[in-house]
Ligand binder design. Sequence first.
Ligand code: NOJ
Length: 555
Amino acid sequence: MKQTNWYKDAVIYQIYPRSFCDSNGDGVGDIPGIISKLDYLKELGVNCVWLSPVYNSPQEDNGYDISDYRNIYPPFGTMDDFKKMLDGMHERGIRLIMDLVVNHTSSEHVWFQEALKDPSSPYRDYYYFKKGRKNGKKPPNNWSGFFGKSTWERVGDSDEYYLHLFAKGQPDLNWENYRVRQEVKDILKFWLDLGVDGFRCDVITLISKKQDFKSRFPSLALTGKDAFVNGPRLHEYLHELNKDVISNYDAMTVGETVLSSLDDARALVDPKREELSMVFNFDHTDTDNYLGIKFLKRKFKVKRLKKVIKKWQLGLFNCGWNSLFIENHDQRRSVGRFGTDEAYREVGAKMLGTLYFFLQGTPFIYEGQEIGMTNAHFSSMDEIVDVESHDMAKMAKANFLLRPLINKSLFEVSRDNARTPMQWDDSKNGGFSSGTPWIRSNSNYQNINAKESIANPTSIFHYYQKLINIRKNDNVIKHGDYVELLRHNRHIFAYSRNFENEQYVVICSFSKKDLKVKGIDSILKGKLLISNYDNPQGNTFKPYEARVYKLVKEK
Ligand code: NOJ
């Protein structure tokens, strides 16, 4: 099948179904709710949706724990609803990529249930069951997982444990077993034959593990990660999926490549190697923490952001493809983050949007980002549902050294900040549900909602519409190179993109004060493509001002 690489021209909107739109008043978003909002997506201008998991699941990790890969979680709807939604998207020129969660299943998946029931069942080898140390009293090794705890759960009072890098209801699949790989390929085929256009591959860099299962030198987080991140057979497995399935369709894959270096990523997206279409890199989300641990918050610095953006823009230029994002369901909201201030919500949100939309790669917008939704400002663990946050709170309780650090940042960085219901209008619960939402709505829905944003021509929504429009068929953004400008300025992030005789210059201020920017006089002569202020003039930048100029060089 001919690969059209359509994803390079896509702007992708992420839907977290549980929080998007509830059609039947049970407090949980659902597929009919999504169908009712397809015209909204069309109006925004996106041409692809990434749908977080809608498969059947006990929802320990909100669907990232799948118990049946070929059915829909009943509160979200039925397979018929799904097909209707897919048709509705395609009719509007919107593609759909599904979330592929195959590093682990749910512990309620029939494979795992069979494996538990009968140790001699072939399903036992679908997972990692290992004997514990000290006659089973201690786990097989000292690895610690992504939610802070041991990666091992004991099976009843036997001496065996099973591996889970996330919650205990998420046992890791054993990809060494060719049958597991065959099952995954069948799942891919099932959805591609239904007409979906690709996959966002959840924690895909974890699927291959070193097989020694020995303890490692203890570290603050993720002890043993050298054994389970970017494992020895990762590339081989991805190539196999690509060759046997993906390449038979005009489909794309984007890998959630946790903890990948630039070199790892280059190999993963090198078109010649036929592995993934693009990667999600997280370096920029670590510009406000220590050691890549989000609970260890650190003051944001523009210079750190400049450094990582440059590294990835240059690093994948002409050899791979970036994905671009500032929010998703695992990150707190960007309003008030990355050096912005919630008090300057509107200009700040538009500035960050400008900054990442002109980079090379495919931009993703997370639901609510386009209307500038804000963090929830939680004040009690009772308001938080997320399993990761609760596991971290337990860890803090048990570890007096980490306690002050985690407790200080937990409410602020909890993933639930991004999972409060989508704010559609100023009616009860922001129009998300007529019932009681599964997680409380953000109290600011009366002012911040999609209805208001659509009615207000200068809203963040309309600004995103413009950004999306500018990108359409734009060669400079798609093909141009990346040149960092004003490198030593601590408050300004500026870069140019250059293609043939055209140049775009993006200048973004991270200052809350008016700022005189030196050295841009020749740029100011260009044509202003977009700005988050009316009629910006001269070299004084207002708080969080962003401008993009187009310059045409004489041939
Ligand atoms: C990454 C997903 O984005 C996150 O929400 C989930 O908890 C883990 N993977 C485990 O599937």
